[in-house]
Design a protein around this ligand. Structure first.
Ligand code: FE2
Length: 466
């Protein structure tokens, strides 16, 4: 830790007339906002104490802050949005997507440029972005693939062993194909389809000490249907000895219900002002011990732009959420907690994956299977221009560049988890009881789930409040 940062903490304490032992200075410096932590501590310290030690800190927080939180964020794009919405920005983002995913696939299949195929014969391998996919009159699948050199037509025969893979292919995703060229080299007959995918032998990094994180999502404070009783049950449980190892809470968006999110939302609102919704959410956090570090990304109900990647909350919202232990970051973000890379993504594209993927395994009742599709495609919102809004940026932040140990989402309000090539995949459900809209659509949300992750073993314990 740079000594000038520690000096600033000491100076700030002295300003208020306090000293602190070195461990306390280190502890304060490791919190996301040391100045807020100092204000919180001195407003809670007994009058007669002027030199803070760790037992004072434990008394204030009601538990022992045994170690410093270990959090780093890899790809927070807050404040780094470059898109101006021009045609060139859209070209940039697709070129970057193609480039990043081609390099992942190229390691495995050594592709030919598409414009070279007309001068080639026999077996070839190619990589490109799917610009069109359609069924032919003979019920084969014709895929138009595009790379920076040109386009080429790929035919997947309906008798081929790989035909069922075409059910999973979406527009704008990047795939690899191995096949044989027709005699006139005008079309490629596919024999193998490759997704960028997670390597089978991926070994997920894990923590080196026993410590846990609660992975939550979709709290929806401000909605008439926010289940405050279950939330209180959860925060009360956090104070029990059983919850002692929990040092982190991650929330994958939709902290509040928001306003104007869908037509007629007003009748579902308990609190109609968006800032008052965040005030109420802040009250919900007050019961959580101050030495639990929280990480939050926005969702589509939050007061942040809808287009993805969504930047983290602005200063106005951050100031309302006054706990000093919250790390705000963009949606998506990869956060490294105790050495464990956790990909946090709210999950709007899951609606699209569930609607467009023709596999029976991918459904709202098994949201983790839709998330697995995203891992296979190494992209969080593969299909452009439909339900998921994408902000044109120079860099495609939605490419899954770093392989996470854990992939954490929400949005669909259904709980589900599974493992894919050693990556733990979790959709956290929600804290909002069934809305009238859900009743009419026959959707039963999974309410009050707190999946608890052992960061050292990557095992999951499901805690359900009811
Ligand atoms: Fe939600």
């Amino acid at each position: 830790m740079p000594s000038n940062e520690l000096s600033k903490v000491i100076q700030e304490l002295v300003k208020y007339g306090y000293n602190a032992e070195p461990e306390v200075v280190q502890f304060i410096n490791n919190t996301p906002d040391p100045n807020s932590t100092i204000k919180f501590l001195i407003s809670n310290i007994p009058e007669e104490i002027f030199t803070l030690n760790m037992s004072h800190i434990s008394n204030i927080y009601g538990r022992s802050p045994s170690t410093s939180p270990s959090i780093s964020i890899l790809n927070d794009m807050t404040g780094n949005s470059t898109g101006s919405g021009t045609y060139n920005d859209f070209v940039s983002i697709f070129q970057d997507r193609l480039s990043q995913l081609t390099s992942i696939l190229s390691n495995r299949i050594n592709p030919y440029p598409l414009n070279s195929l007309k001068n080639t014969s026999g077996e070839v391998r190619v990589v490109g972005m799917v610009s069109n996919i359609q069924k032919t009159n003979s019920n084969h699948i014709l895929i138009e693939l595009e790379d920076i050199s040109g386009t080429f037509s790929i035919l997947v025969h309906n008798n081929s062993e790989i035909f069922n893979l075409t059910d999973e292919i979406l527009l704008d995703e990047v795939i690899g194909v191995k096949g044989k060229l027709s005699s006139d080299s005008e079309i490629l007959f596919a024999e193998m389809i490759y997704f960028p995918d997670i390597p089978l032998n991926f070994r997920p990094p894990h923590a080196t000490r026993p410590v846990q994180a609660a992975l939550l999502s979709d709290i929806h404070v401000g909605s008439k249907h926010f289940n405050s009783e279950l939330w209180s049950d959860f925060t009360s449980w956090l104070k029990t000895p059983e919850a002692e190892p929990i040092e982190y809470i991650l929330i994958a968006g939709d902290l509040v219900e928001g306003v104007g999110v869908y037509p007629g939302q007003d009748i579902d609102l308990e609190i109609i002002n968006i800032y008052e919704q965040y005030d109420a959410f802040n009250e919900c956090l007050k019961d959580i011990s101050g030495d639990i570090s929280m990480i939050m990304i926005p969702g589509n109900h939050d007061a942040v732009r809808l287009a993805e990647p969504q930047p983290g909350f602005d200063l106005e919202i951050k100031n309302i959420l006054s706990s000093s232990n919250i790390h705000f970051t963009s949606n998506p973000s990869t956060v490294i907690v105790e050495g464990v890379p956790i990909l946090m993504y709210h999950g709007v594209s899951l609606d699209e994956i569930i609607a467009e993927t023709h596999s029976t395994q991918v459904s709202y009742d098994a949201p983790h299977n839709a998330m697995i599709q995203l891992l296979k495609k190494r992209h969080l919102a593969p299909q452009f221009g439909s339900r998921t809004r994408i902000s044109p940026e120079q860099k495609d932040y939605l490419v899954i560049d770093k392989i996470p140990s854990v992939f954490h989402s929400g949005h669909v309000h259904k709980f589900g988890y599974g493992k894919y090539h050693n990556v733990l995949v979790i959709n956290s459900g929600c804290w909002q009881s069934q809305t009238d809209f859900q009743k009419r659509a026959n959707i039963t949300p999974d309410v009050g789930y707190a999946p608890i992750l052992d960061l050292d073993t990557l095992n999951l314990t499901i805690r359900k409040f009811s």
